[in-house]
Design a protein around this ligand. Structure first.
Ligand code: DAH
Length: 347
């Protein structure tokens, strides 16, 4: 009889693997553990077994029975979930969205203003022959800091406090600059590319600071690149974005990954230079830190700095959006308020 139990186990296994639908599963269940099922028959026939074997046979059959029941239950759960998901995807609609759109008298959704600006800038750079690269939000210390000439304990790390993972190696990237490193790792010079995306810092929020924000990194590597090339590309970019001449100023700026480094500011388009909360009453908004790529950064990217050089820049997209649309609080960008969001339709 022990052999019979083993055969039954094998038979169940084969049949179970072929189950595709809930109906198949319920038939299988009835066939094995239903009142007149195969297991029930065995259990009933135990009384005919030799008394000394009865105990083992009883235990084995019960084991088989409980095993079968739990496998069937598991599968039933999985099939129910699958069924529910299929049903949901058939009938799914975003009720929340519909209600709030209707309640507020709004008609349709649009693009997020950051996406609008990002796409426009990508188009401008594509037209100038740049590639568009992407990079991970979760970075490692090497790509976020070390390869960018910012070794452990470098004071420049202090202003980029972020969210670390418990291994203390991975972190939410504090800027899009690691895309530079990944770009150099994957390309051979000459090249030029931009890398847009989210960046994260452990910051207290106010009208001009958020702990999630957007940047667009840019890098050009070739032979004999000068600051004149950098200025040309930045000027072309800004006049395209703002569709008007903007006042700019260049100041020396320090970033470990560029030498020399600059801060390119534009005159505040919200207040026209008189001073407001966005420009912190200074009349100028820091928009575009940039500079000539530090030789150590090129070396980390596998590029010989005696042969090639280049420029890099990091554009703050949120500030640009605020300037373009006259938004005076960066927190509106993430608040998810449809009255705000639905004002931006174009791209
Ligand atoms: N990664 C810098 C930051 O977030 C910005 C930056 C400065 C990027 C200079 C650059 C650069 O590419 O050249 O503060």
């Amino acid at each position: 009889m022990l052999k019979k139990i083993e055969e039954l186990q094998q038979e169940f296994r084969t049949a179970f693997e072929e189950v595709k639908t809930k109906a198949d599963l319920l038939n299988l269940k009835a066939d094995f553990i239903g009142k007149k099922g195969k297991i029930s028959k065995i259990l009933k026939s135990l009384k005919d077994a030799a008394p000394e074997e009865r105990k083992t046979l009883g235990a084995e059959s019960n084991l088989l029975k409980t095993g079968i029941i739990s496998q069937i239950d598991e599968k039933l759960k999985a099939l129910n979930i699958q069924e529910m998901n299929e049903e949901l995807s058939r009938v799914w609609q975003d009720i929340t969205l519909r209600d709030s759109v209707r309640d507020k008298g709004l008609t349709s959704a649009g693009y997020h203003p950051v996406s609008i600006i990002q796409r426009e800038i990508e188009d401008i750079f594509i037209s100038m022959g740049f590639d568009i690269l992407d990079g991970p939000h979760i970075e490692d210390d090497y790509h976020n800091f070390e390869a960018l000439n910012t070794p452990p304990n470098h004071p420049a790390r202090d202003v980029q406090d972020t969210f670390w993972f418990s291994d203390m190696v991975h972190l939410l990237r504090t800027h899009t600059s690691p895309i530079q490193v990944r770009g150099m790792e994957s390309k051979k010079p000459p090249f030029k590319f931009v890398g847009p995306g989210k960046a994260f810092r452990n910051e207290t929020t106010d009208a001009s600071h958020e702990f999630v924000f957007h940047q667009l990194e840019g890098m050009m590597v070739d032979k004999n690149i000068t600051v004149a090339n950098l200025i040309y590309f930045m000027k072309t970019l800004l006049s395209e974005i703002f569709r008007r001449t903007v006042d700019v100023r260049l100041r020396p700026g320090f970033f470990p990954f560029v030498e020399p480094g600059f801060e390119l500011d534009i005159k505040c388009l919200i207040c026209g230079g008189d001073g407001c909360s966005v420009c912190k009453q200074s009349g100028w908004v820091e928009l575009l830190p940039c500079g000539m790529i530090h030789p150590n950064v090129l070396r980390h990217g596998g590029i010989d700095p005696d042969e090639y050089n280049g420029f890099a820049f990091g554009l703050g997209l949120d500030r640009l959006v605020m300037m373009r649309y006259g938004i005076d609080d960066i927190r509106l960008l993430h608040a998810g308020d449809l009255r705000f969001q639905s004002q931006f339709k174009a791209y």
